[in-house]
Every structure is written in structure tokens, then in C-alpha cells.
Design a protein around this ligand. Structure first.
Ligand code: TXA
Ligand code: MG
Length: 393
């Protein structure tokens, strides 16, 4: 047993198991017990940053999702069982997977990404029947949402069971569960015979990877294997819904649109910044960022174009290398600038699919500043705007 396994960060045990009222002194004590665990996790994060990481030989393999080579996925599954790190495709973004039941393997994820231990991970499973193993008290609405949207780009936050360790949940009493629909992810989880803990396979706070190249750029030499299955079809991360209390809250907008969720559960709302502080330790204000400084203009239509042109020209005059993110319709209006197109403004699926790749290309072109148009606040446009705002910090 490693030194990590001896750490007790338990908050699940310190919750009121019977749901009854708790005296104020107990609440205070409970608060400090919970914080103690989180302070410990921060200490571990800094400790890890001091440690030198050896450069590993990362095996890169190609798998055609339409014609899956089972032999290779057997090997990848075996690697997960051996506590190794395997980056794999999902329909949203590439994930960095490890055995969710092995603390040492999970710790390696945090190390490779440079991610703080107080930012919990999503547990990926392959079927609804497995939810019972990792969740206590599955609410009826979760089963409903699961039936509608799984397998797919939805993550549900539920009360965790004891089967999941504090390392995965960062000491929270909840666990994030997702059943991805990508055939390679599905088979990998089955072959691993384990739940797979996986964040997006990028360096901490960097833009999420939508292709194996993005994973290679961030993590080659730090992980054991990268499975290359082409580009992610959705391109933004899963939608995260907290189903532990009513009203249900969307903690992160993503691949399942708010409108679709509302059709199934009309009372659902989008969490505000306060909810994020309480419920979503990983929803940092600055996130999903390219290396360049991002600016998103808020005006609409012609004023938006004028504003983009004014900002881009000002920065260029100051000597900065400027990139622009725009819709296909407006791209020509930015003649003379380095413009990256997401798609037609009304085709928000295409725009979402291209968002991270275009941000990364502008980084590769050494842009200092990226000025971005805004996109419609509906459907996947909400997730695009959320990511653009977070990328701009
Ligand atoms: O599409 C996706 O969700 C991708 C693919 C690989 O599945 N994964 C992903 O993971 O985006 P990650 O770690 O990059 O983002 C997951 C977010 C983090 O902000 C984390 O803080 C939050 O989910 N999260 C995880 N467990 C949580 C919990 N118990 N309560 C609240 N938020 C949680
Ligand atoms: Mg991420």
C-alpha cells in the first residue's frame, strides 16, 4: 500500500447519514473536517509539483472507430488494469483514463496534468447497471435522464458510494458519472473491466483536446498510451447536471443542450457562480484557455464586426500578433488578419466542434491575442460562449 492510500480525506463519512438536524458545534466540526481534507489535497498538489517527472515512452496507436481492432483495445484495457494512464477518444473530447478504483493510478492523472487534487474526476462506466455500484440513492430523475441521454455527453453528479475513493471525488460526498457513447471508449471500459476516471486529456487549464495530436502536444512523455481515433464529433465537454437536490442544476453547459434537458425535466436551471463555488470545485473562472490572451466581444451584428476590427487593429498597432475567431459569414470582413473560422453562425454544432482546434491553431501560430466574435446563446452556442468567456478569464 502506498503512502497515498493511507491518507484519509473522508467527507462522505462526516455527512449526516440519517439526514436529521445537526447541532451547530457538529456543523462547525464537520466543516473543518471537510476543509482539513481539502487543505491536505492542496498540499499534495504542491508536493507533486516539486517532484521531477521522468519522461516516459508514450505508445501511440490508431484505432478506426468504425472497425475496431479488439487486440489493441485488449492491450489498452490491460494497461488500465495495471494502473497505467491511457488517453482515449470520447464523443466530446479526449479523456485521460486510469482505473478509478486504484488510488495510485488516479494520482498519476493529477500529476501528468498538473491538476490540483481538489478538482474531482468524472467516473466513466459502460452501462446503466453499473451506476448502482458507485452511487448511493440514485434519484428517479437521474434514471430518467440516464435513459434519455446515456450513452452520451451527459455527466450526473450523485451521492457517492464507498466504492469510490476520496482521490477521485476530491473528498466530496458526491461522484460524477458518465456513460460515453464513443465506440472506442465503450469497448475500452469493457476491456478494462474497471470504471475509468478521466478528465480531459490536456494540461491543467489548457484548451481541451479534440484530436490525438492535441493530446500528444500536451502529454506525450507523461502518459503510457494515446489512442488516436480521429477528431471528436461534439468538440465541447459533457454537460454536467447536479441531481443531488432540487431544482436540478446544470453545473457545466456542454454536449447535451439546455433546451434538450428542459424537454425531459422542465424545472432544471443553470447554476450561477455561487453554485459553482459550492458545488463545482473545478469550474475555475479561467479555464479551457489557449496560451494567447483571449478577448470576446459582446456586441451583435455589424457592431460586433466593428468592435472586433477596432480591437484587433489596436493590438496590431501595439505590436501584438493578433488572431481572430469568427463565423464563416464574417471571416472576409477581417481581411489582413489571421482569421480562424468556426463555421456558419447558425450551425452551432459545427462551431462547437471546431472551437478548441482553432484556438490551438492560433496558439501554434504564436498569436499573442485572440479576439473572438460571440455566438448565439442557444443550443450548443451556450457551451461555446461559456468556454469563450472562461478562456478569456
Ligand atoms: O466530456 C467530458 O466530460 C470529458 C470527457 C473525457 O468525459 N471530461 C471532462 O473532465 O471534461 P474534466 O475533469 O476536464 O472536467 C470535469 C469537471 C471538472 O470541472 C470537475 O471539477 C467536475 O467535472 N466534477 C467532477 N466531479 C464532481 C463532483 N463530484 N461535483 C462537482 N463537480 C465535479
Ligand atoms: Mg478539463
Amino acid at each position: 500500500m502506498s503512502w497515498r492510500n493511507r491518507i484519509v480525506v473522508n467527507s462522505a463519512g462526516s455527512q449526516s447519514a440519517n439526514g436529521g438536524s445537526i447541532p451547530p458545534c457538529a456543523t462547525k466540526k464537520r466543516y473543518w473536517e471537510k476543509r482539513k481534507g481539502q487543505v491536505y489535497l492542496l498540499f499534495l498538489t504542491w508536493f507533486d509539483r516539486l517532484e521531477r517527472m521522468d519522461i516516459m515512452n508514450t505508445k501511440i496507436i490508431k484505432i478506426d472507430p468504425k472497425n475496431i481492432d479488439m487486440g489493441i483495445l485488449k492491450e489498452a484495457g490491460q494497461m488500465i488494469r495495471e494502473g497505467k494512464l491511457v488517453a482515449f477518444p470520447t464523443e466530446t473530447v479526449y479523456g485521460l483514463g486510469a482505473d478509478a478504483l486504484n488510488d495510485d493510478a488516479v494520482a498519476k492523472i493529477f500529476k501528468a496534468k498538473g491538476r490540483p487534487y481538489n478538482d474531482p474526476l468524472i467516473v466513466h462506466i459502460c452501462c446503466l447497471a453499473d451506476v448502482n455500484r458507485f452511487v448511493d440513492d440514485i434519484p428517479g430523475i437521474a434514471i430518467n435522464l440516464g435513459r434519455y441521454f446515456w450513452p452520451g455527453p451527459l455527466t450526473l453528479i450523485m451521492k457517492r458510494s464507498k466504492a469510490i475513493s476520496d482521490f477521485v471525488t476530491s473528498g466530496l460526498d458526491t461522484v460524477a458519472i458518465r456513460i460515453p457513447s464513443h465506440p472506442v471508449a465503450q469497448v475500452l471500459i469493457q476491456e478494462a473491466q474497471r470504471p475509468i476516471a478521466a478528465p480531459s486529456a490536456n494540461l491543467f487549464t489548457h484548451t481541451s483536446p479534440t484530436s490525438a495530436k492535441h493530446v500528444i502536444d500536451d502529454l506525450q512523455g507523461k502518459i503510457d498510451m494515446i489512442i488516436d481515433s480521429g477528431e471528436a464529433t461534439i468538440g465541447v465537454e459533457s454537460t454536467i447536471v447536479d441531481v443531488t437536490e432540487l431544482p436540478l442544476k446544470v453545473l457545466r453547459l456542454g454536449g447535451i443542450t439546455f433546451e434538450k434537458l428542459k424537454e425531459v425535466t422542465p424545472e432544471i436551471i443553470i447554476a450561477n457562480e455561487d453554485d459553482h463555488l459550492k458545488k463545482a470545485p473545478g469550474m475555475f473562472k479561467k479555464h479551457y484557455s489557449p496560451k494567447a490572451k483571449m478577448i470576446v466581444v459582446e456586441e451583435k451584428n455589424d457592431e460586433m464586426v466593428t468592435s472586433v476590427l477596432r480591437l484587433a487593429s489596436n493590438f496590431r498597432d501595439l505590436g501584438s500578433r493578433v488572431g481572430i475567431i469568427a463565423s464563416k459569414e464574417n471571416a472576409k470582413k477581417y481581411f489582413g488578419f489571421q482569421v480562424k473560422v468556426l463555421g456558419e453562425a447558425r450551425d452551432l454544432e459545427t462551431c462547437a466542434r471546431n472551437l478548441y482546434a482553432q484556438m490551438r491553431i492560433l496558439d501554434d501560430l504564436q498569436c499573442d491575442i485572440i479576439v473572438s466574435e460571440n455566438f448565439e446563446n442557444r443550443g450548443l452556442g451556450r457551451a461555446i460562449m461559456d468556454r469563450l468567456h472562461r478562456a478569456s478569464g
